[in-house]
Write a protein that binds this ligand. Structure first.
Ligand code: XMP
Length: 514
């Protein structure tokens, strides 16, 4: 396999570490975030073209603060320390670091005193983002100052001979407007990386890595039909073919024809070993008579585990469980004193399997961001309707049917939702909508159809824009779209005579109604 140029980012726990990775990959250079204490010999085997020491919340002056294997400075590979990383370099290479009296946090202006390399072709005065306590007070031998601020005489430093660089500020954040250029100078001019990394290379490299890890063992993958699990399944299938077994739980609470689409795509088109658990009756049976939102969620979560576990037991002999964990799901990638501790979001459906089912995890998307996962999906030739799919909650339609959930109401909501999906897909700004869906209310209202009085259901339409689902604003759908959605639902879906539009934002509302 061709080895691509890559940069290793040693993570000291900064909230910005993932942004460094992102900025580098935007330059079409592959990078990976690794533990801060990865031994130099281990790194050397994988031949990175450069090493970045990230920022972090600790102080290099504190006992037990996270440190690097000192041999990394001797590897002959360029090293860039950012914030904590620079202070570490200052301390390790026999300069002097001064404890900060107060944390300097916010915008600052630096004067570049040596524009060679990192600051090449940039103005002498630059706006940067600072977030640090300590600072390097005395340069290590061999280093010179590249930039300073009024309060920080060594805001950037370098030892050109040894190819070691330090930045006291954060070039990776948007508040350092020219930061990307500084990073690019490091990865291109100092490290000599070729900017030619593409998602296809990631596919190749992941496939090799998966094959090596799995060997002749078998892997189980819970497929939900969402983007992340679909991409994981497609990637694993490409890597290990029949050693992959996918389980899809049809809980009867999915979107219209979703189960069939998943079977068609993954079972028929891709030819995967797909096990569909037809558990509609079980789910709906356990939900009968339940109206409390939290009770519904708990019943669905527990039933999901029961069904999934049963399918896993039937398969026998499976060593690995594949999960679509993405970079933003990997919280707390490092703790200052211990090793990295990884938590998987609690809403991940297969988090709480029974003790007799213990798997090792495979998480091939751990290094990626959502938009990169979509790009990977395209590379793996997944259909657009899967790649561009909006998030869909684990408990599905059950949290969009207010009150009791039963088959008739699921059918009705699926039909209403189908019209919402159909109409918003026609919008040129479809991709700006985080989620759009219909909600079935436990309310009936009076209407008139022809000469007849009707007394039927009310459907609410919800569309929001959001960056991460944590906050959201109601989406300004065009009146014409709202009009078509309303007319179509009322005319085409039996049992609905009124449509309303939800104009609340999160907070204080939430995206889903339950
Ligand atoms: P809320 O309703 O809390 O939703 O504003 C935020 C985002 O999370 C999705 N959501 C879920 N996703 N399992 C999931 O996988 C769940 O139980 C769940 N509940 C809400 C919701 O669709 C929105 O994108």
């Amino acid at each position: 396999m061709k080895q691509h140029d890559w940069i290793a980012i040693l993570d000291f726990g900064s909230q910005y570490t993932q942004l460094i990775a992102r900025r580098i990959r935007e330059q079409q250079v592959y990078c990976e975030i690794v533990r801060f204490n990865t031994p130099a010999v281990e790194l050397a085997k994988r031949k990175p073209k450069g090493i970045i020491l990230s920022g972090g919340p600790a102080s290099v002056l504190a006992d037990g603060s996270p440190s690097v294997d000192l041999a990394i400075y001797e590897m002959g590979v360029p090293v860039l320390g950012i914030c904590y990383g620079m202070q570490l370099m200052g301390r390790d290479l026999k300069g002097r670091v001064r404890p900060g009296k107060a944390r300097e946090y916010g915008s600052a202006t630096i004067s570049v005193t040596d524009p060679d390399l990192l600051f090449k072709d940039l103005p002498n005065i630059l706006e940067v983002w600072m977030s640090h306590g300590d600072q390097v007070e005395e340069l290590p031998p061999g280093f010179s100052v590249l930039a300073k601020t009024g309060t920080c005489p060594i805001a950037a430093m370098a030892d050109r001979k040894r190819n070691l660089y330090g930045l006291q500020f954060h070039p990776e954040v948007v508040h350092t407007p020219r930061g990307v250029e500084i990073l690019r100078h490091f990865i291109v001019d100092a490290c000599g990386c070729a900017c030619n990394w593409k998602m296809s290379a990631f596919v190749e490299e992941s496939i090799q890595a998966i094959r090596q890890k799995v060997g002749s063992d078998h892997v189980l993958c819970g497929l939900s039909g969402g983007v992340d699990s679909s991409v994981v399944a497609a990637l694993l299938h490409k890597a290990i073919g029949k050693q992959l077994h996918c389980v899809f739980v049809d809980n009867g609470l999915l979107r219209f024809k979703e189960a069939e689409q998943v079977e068609d795509t993954f079972g028929k088109t891709f030819g995967m070993d797909l096990h569909v658990a037809h558990a509609q009756d079980l789910f709906l049976g356990r939900l009968a008579g339940v109206t409390d939102p939290e009770k519904k969620r708990k019943i669905i979560g527990a039933t999901f585990i029961d069904v999934f576990a049963e399918e896993a037991r039937k398969l026998g002999q499976v060593k690995y469980l594949a999960q679509g964990t993405l970079y933003p799901d990997v919280i707390e990638s490092v703790s200052p004193l211990g090793g990295p501790s990884v938590t998987i979001k609690s809403h991940h459906n297969v988090g709480g399997l029974p003790p007799d089912l213990q798997f090792s995890l495979i998480e091939p998307l751990r290094e990626l961001f959502k938009d990169e996962v979509r790009e990977l999906g395209r590379e793996l030739e997944l259909p657009d309707f899967i790649i561009n799919r909006q998030p869909f909650p684990g408990p599905g339609m059950a949290v969009r049917i207010i009150g009791e959930v039963c088959k008739d109401r699921v059918d009705l909501l699926q039909q209403a939702d189908l019209r919402v999906q159909d109409e918003i897909l026609k919008l040129s700004n479809y991709k700006d909508i985080w989620q759009a869906f219909a909600v079935l209310l436990p309310v009936q209202s009076v209407g008139v159809m022809g000469d007849e009085r009707t007394y039927e259901n009310v459907v609410a339409v919800r569309a929001v824009q959001s960056l991460d689902g944590m906050t959201a604003d109601w989406f300004r759908l065009p009146y014409e779209t709202l009009d078509r959605i309303s007319t179509r639902i009322i005319n085409e879906v039996r049992g609905v005579n009124r449509v309303v539009y939800d104009i609340s934002s999160k907070p204080p509302s939430t995206i889903e109604w339950e």
